[in-house]
Design a protein around this ligand. Sequence first.
Ligand code: AP5
Ligand code: ZN
Length: 214
Amino acid sequence: MRIILLGAPGAGKGTQAQFLMGKYGIPQISTGDMLRAAIKAGTELGLAAKKVMDEGKLVSDELIIGLVKERIAQDDCKNGFLLDGFPRTIPQADAMVENGVAVDHVIEFDVPDDVIVSRMSGRRVHSASGRVYHVEYNPPKVEGKDDVTGEELVIRPDDQEDTVRKRLAVYHEQTEPLVTYYKAQAEDGKCQFHSVKGTKPVEEVSQSLASMLG
Ligand code: AP5
Ligand code: ZN
């Protein structure tokens, strides 16, 4: 199964990706996590991406398309994958079509901006795995520690309120047009388009996704 998770920053893509990976046995491809790993490793890609990400802007299509193309070609993606945070622009979506990468399901997470701003202030992440928590809505078993490894949780540098607002503006301008794009593809029978209310509790969103995907 090939799935695209489409939604604003903080809509819950990474959280539900954890659930879907376990349920369907397909890998999560999070371009955000891949970029953060590159920053940590100090690679050329990481150096180029850091400033852009800290400002809440998008990394160039060219860099991202190359990154995803390479990742999708790996063995573990043979039976499907979960795209989290890609595509994020019309040229990125067009690149998938040009490279013959079809998808089965596109899921849009519907969450209003004001909910997102308040959510982000409580997010904590485990950098190595990409596991996501929230101090109130999805707390770890031990405060400040990852459930699996017990390692320290951190706050993402782009989760400050002014950066979150910039990321939301970028989302509305550059990514939201993909909703119309994929609705049109669904009408042509190329994929299925679903919209999920991302404001419900984490488990309820997971249940909705499971019934949509079968
Ligand atoms: P990326 O890492 O993709 O960030 P994002 O899209 O902004 O999304 P987030 O990871 O912030 O949110 P999410 O939807 O995964 O929400 P989460 O599950 O964590 O990208 C970061 C940057 O990298 C970009 O700004 C850009 O610079 C660059 N980049 C990445 N991809 C790119 C691309 N394709 N092209 C160009 N540039 C790219 O949840 C958020 C919080 O809410 C958590 O605390 C969680 O516990 C909580 N929560 C989740 N669900 C619920 C719920 N139902 N109820 C209550 N709380 C909930
Ligand atoms: Zn995420």
